[in-house]
Design a binder for this molecule. Structure first.
Ligand SMILES: [Zn+2]
Length: 101
């Protein structure tokens, strides 16, 4: 079982206002987590798990990661094409042909 301090240290900021000031307290036998800035709260047997569950953010991070990988791949392809274009231009110049590439 995690201590209250350990739980508090692992809590993500408030999903609504971004505040890191999250109050943990016992409330009628359950644990209650409250944002000290905007006062939203969660109350159930696993509040820290639910508080830290961010399915939309996790999905967006996954999509962003995939988009960045695709961007990096496209940059590598573009660099390869530019190198090939430069090589072809140089070959054309060497043959005294006009480059229209
Ligand atoms: Zn808040």
């Amino acid at each position: 079982m995690m201590t209250e301090k350990e739980i508090a240290l692992k809590l993500k900021p408030c999903p609504f206002c971004g505040s890191k000031e999250i109050k943990t307290e016992l409330y009628h036998g359950d644990i209650k987590l409250s944002c000290m800035r905007c006062n939203i709260f969660i109350l159930n047997p696993k509040p820290w798990y639910d508080w830290n569950t961010r399915p939309i953010e996790d999905f967006i991070r996954l999509e962003l990661s995939a988009a960045r990988a695709e961007r990096d791949n496209n940059r590598a392809l573009a660099n390869g094409l530019e190198d090939e274009r430069d090589r072809l231009r140089e070959a054309l110049r060497a043959k005294n042909l006009k480059s229209e590439i």
